[in-house]
Structures are given as structure tokens and as C-alpha cells.
Design a protein around this ligand. Structure first.
Ligand SMILES: NC(=O)C1=CN([C@@H]2O[C@H](COP(=O)(O)OP(=O)(O)OC[C@H]3O[C@@H](n4cnc5c(N)ncnc54)[C@H](O)[C@@H]3O)[C@@H](O)[C@H]2O)C=CC1
Ligand SMILES: O=C(O)CCC(=O)C(=O)O
Length: 411
């Protein structure tokens, strides 16, 4: 079979890669025939980002680059966004959906890396290693065991029992911790973990609390002043989810008061865009606090696998239209194209569009060999496999249909 060609030559398809995404992604794109790859080490914003995205078909980001409605609307040629991470909160998913831009992520390639760092942090905090470490660096030999404990037998409260939370749960039990969890959804408890349906009880009863919720409007300031007031016996807090899940000023106060006995914080409301920008946080220089620069998922293993996972989804979408794993436009699983042309039509989900598409195609006297449709509240995604013909004319016709957002043709 001849290699799959796309309506738009691969060699002209600009792929923008920001935030030092793994070379595994770059290699995958190149191997698949994409040569116009622009790479930038950090995140971009403002005019610089707009300029780079002006003629980009695909943009690849991690957690920093903010792909707002404005940015997406200006990037007129954009077909797909790859989030080379778990979180998709840096992208306006609603705007991407309405602009017909497919958004993918890597839902579990760095899960284990985060879970391992949580366990490591739990041990460090409960042994008060941050202070011992600082003291040793300063030439002080402090062997005092006061307030240093084993994690064995301690109670761990997991807030958000999804992929990461449940992996933490398994590792924690293996280390002898007793695991409790709180989630807004009904979740299967792994091992001997027990659900606690009330957040206050979870916090009051556990020795360590670890946060693994997504960054959404619903989780913004989930740990606000009031929730942090439920820590009253020196429990420790680990936040490797998103910076704005915790009220950072209230956390500072609780740490200074000793109501919270220590914290490991990997994510911040304000994070530098790149290495050159300075990092500052109200949590700096507080006793028994570990601050890390959003590296929960930053292991070579995780980054390599994320690169492979997301690039494969992007290539599949570009070359076949399959949108399985999309966080924006509707998901469609598609069969292989067999000696056909494939039309991908993304449109506003209003009545009449589908029948107009079919009527245009029937007027062109083109045989429809397969039709696939998926919709969400705002957008419809229809894929038509048609007998080979002068497809460019078909494309022109379909672009004229009212409510069309994007049309592509594969041949
Ligand atoms: N620090 C880092 O480098 C990394 C951070 N993350 C963050 O971790 C988050 C979680 O990742 P996964 O476990 O893969 O996500 P997931 O979607 O598998 O799990 C999230 C869980 O949180 C629950 N949840 C949502 N709102 C909640 C609320 N208000 N209260 C309690 N539970 C709630 C959900 O029902 C779900 O079970 C990501 O969205 C990302 O923001 C992910 C990877 C690396
Ligand atoms: O590695 C990154 O840049 C972001 C990791 C993260 O927060 C995620 O996967 O959601």
C-alpha cells in the first residue's frame, strides 16, 4: 500500500514544540515525515506566542504555555494541540472545541514519577529532613530524633483518588502506611484503602495529606483558609497537583503557626516560564518545607514516554482524523482508509448541517462509502469516506456550508 498522504503536504506542516519537550516526540514527527519542526526551550506568551503560532498546524506544550481563547482564535491554521503532560488546564478547552482544534494529553505517562516523589516527600517531611539537610550544609551536626518518625503505621489521606492518587495509595501501603481517600466520584478502593466521604474528617484523622485533583474551577482554592484550619495537630501537606488548589498565603500562616508540621510543594500559583525567570514564593525559608520546581513528572522515563504517546496521537489525528483521547472536539474512532478519500468536517452543532453535507456530496455524484459522526453540545465532527474523485472540488463545496468550522481532506 502506498504511504498515506495528507491534503496538506507534511513538509509544509509547521509543528511548534515549546517547553523542552522530549526528543522522542521530535524523532516521532521526523520519522513520520514532518520536517518543519520549530523548537523552543521554555514557554512563550503574548505577541511572541501569537507570532510563532500564526502559521502553525500543531503546537506542543507542557504545563506553562497558556493557550487562551485569544491565542487559539488568532492561530487560524491550528489543527491540534498536544499537552505533553497530564493537566490540560493551561488550554482553554472550550475555545479549542469551538475553533475545531483537537487537544490531546498523556493521561498516565508520568503518573508513576509523581507517585514516587510523593512517597519520597512523605518520608523526608516526617523525618524533618529539610531542616537536617540545611543544617548539615551549614556545618551543623544535628542528630536529634525529636519529631522524626517512621512513615510505617502512619495515616495517609489522599485527596483525588484518580490515576496518581491510586498509585500513591498502592506504594504507600507497601511502605506500611494506612491509606484513606476522599474523591468527589465513587472510586474503587485499591488494596486496603478506605474511602472517607468528608474532607474535614480525612484531614483531622490523617498524619499526611496529599493532593491529586485536577486544576479546574471546582478545585481552585479547594484548600482555602477554612480547610487549612482543619489541620491542627501538625499534619503534613503534599501538593503536587496545581498551584491554585491551595491558598498559598493561608498555607504559609498555618506552617508558621505549626498547625501544619511541614509541606512538600511542587506547584505554585505563579511559576516561572523558563529557567531565566526568577522563582519566588511566600513558602521560601520556612522550616520543614520542601519546594520543588514542578518536577513531579520530570523523569527521563516519563518525559520519553509522554513524547511518544502524545506525538502518536497527534500524527494519528492529522493522518487519519481519529480523535480518540480528545479533550476538545468530539471523539471518533475511525477504521483504516481503504482506497478512499476521507473528508473531516468539523461544524457547529446546529440542525441541518449534516443533511447539507450529504446533499452537497450527492450533487457531486460521489459515492459515500462510510460515514461517522460524533457530537458534543457545541460541535459536530463528521467523517466521510468517499470514492476517490476530484476531492479538492468537494472540499470547496463543503467549506461553503454555513456553520462549518474546519474541513480537511485526506487522500
Ligand atoms: N506536579 C506534577 O508534575 C504533575 C501534576 N499533575 C497534576 O495531577 C492532577 C491529577 O492527575 P491524575 O491523577 O492523573 O488525574 P485523574 O483525573 O486520574 O484524577 C483526578 C481525581 O480527582 C478527583 N477530583 C476532582 N475534583 C475533586 C475534588 N474537588 N475533590 C476531590 N477529588 C476530586 C477526580 O474525581 C479524580 O478521581 C493532574 O490534573 C495535574 O494537574 C499531574 C502530573 C504531574
Ligand atoms: O512536566 C510538566 O511540565 C507538567 C507536568 C504536569 O503538571 C502534568 O503532567 O500535568
Amino acid at each position: 500500500m502506498s504511504p498515506l498522504k495528507t491534503s496538506f503536504p507534511k513538509g509544509k506542516m509547521k509543528i511548534v514544540i515549546l517547553e523542552s519537550i522530549s526528543q522522542s516526540a521530535v524523532e516521532s514527527f521526523k520519522k513520520a515525515g514532518y520536517t518543519q519542526i520549530e523548537q523552543y526551550p521554555g514557554a512563550l506568551s503574548g505577541e511572541e506566542l501569537d507570532e510563532v503560532l500564526k502559521d502553525a498546524k500543531v503546537v506542543c506544550v507542557r504545563s506553562k504555555t497558556q493557550l487562551t481563547e485569544e491565542v487559539i482564535q488568532k492561530a487560524k491554521k491550528l489543527v491540534a494541540i498536544g499537552c505533553f503532560c497530564i493537566g490540560t488546564n493551561q488550554v482553554d478547552l472550550d475555545a479549542a472545541n469551538k475553533a475545531g482544534v483537537c487537544v490531546f494529553n498523556a493521561p498516565f505517562s508520568n503518573t508513576r514519577s509523581v507517585a514516587e516523589l510523593v512517597i519520597a516527600s512523605a518520608i523526608m517531611l516526617i523525618r524533618r529532613i529539610p531542616d537536617k539537610d540545611k543544617a548539615a550544609h551549614a556545618g551543623e551536626w544535628d542528630k536529634d530524633s525529636t519529631n522524626a518518625h517512621e512513615i510505617r503505621g502512619k495515616k495517609l489521606g489522599v485527596v483525588g483518588y484518580g490515576h496518581i492518587g491510586s498509585q500513591v495509595s498502592i506504594l504507600a501501603e507497601a511502605m506500611g502506611l494506612k491509606v484513606f481517600y476522599y474523591d468527589v466520584e465513587n472510586k474503587l478502593p485499591l488494596g486496603n484503602a478506605e474511602e472517607v466521604t468528608d474532607l474535614k474528617t480525612l484531614i483531622e484523622d490523617c498524619d499526611l495529606i496529599t493532593l491529586h485533583v485536577p486544576g479546574t474551577n471546582g478545585t481552585k482554592n479547594l484548600f482555602d483558609k477554612q480547610v487549612l484550619s482543619w489541620f491542627n495537630k501538625g499534619q503534613m501537606l503534599i501538593n503536587m497537583s496545581r498551584g491554585n488548589v491551595v491558598d498559598i498565603e493561608a498555607l504559609k500562616t498555618a506552617l508558621e503557626d505549626g498547625r501544619i508540621g511541614g509541606a512538600a510543594v511542587d506547584v505554585f500559583p505563579e511559576e516561572p516560564k523558563n529557567k531565566a525567570e526568577k522563582f519566588s514564593s511566600p513558602l521560601q525559608n520556612i522550616s520543614n518545607v520542601i519546594l520543588t520546581p514542578h518536577i513531579g513528572g520530570s523523569t527521563e522515563e516519563a518525559q520519553w514516554n509522554i513524547g511518544l504517546d502524545v506525538s502518536a496521537k497527534l500524527i494519528k489525528y492529522i493522518e487519519s482524523g481519529s480523535s480518540i483521547g480528545s479533550h476538545s472536539i468530539p471523539e471518533l474512532s475511525l477504521p483504516k482508509m481503504e482506497d478512499t478519500h476521507r473528508i473531516l468536517h468539523i461544524h457547529k452543532n446546529v440542525s441541518g448541517v449534516l443533511s447539507e453535507i450529504n446533499s452537497k456530496i450527492s450533487k457531486l455524484d460521489v459515492n459515500i462509502l462510510g460515514q461517522y459522526l460524533s457530537t458534543n453540545i457545541d460541535v459536530g465532527y463528521v467523517v466521510l469516506d468517499i470514492a476517490k474523485n476530484d476531492s479538492l472540488d468537494t472540499l470547496k463545496e463543503l467549506r461553503q456550508i454555513e456553520h462549518t468550522i474546519k474541513v480537511r481532506i485526506l487522500y
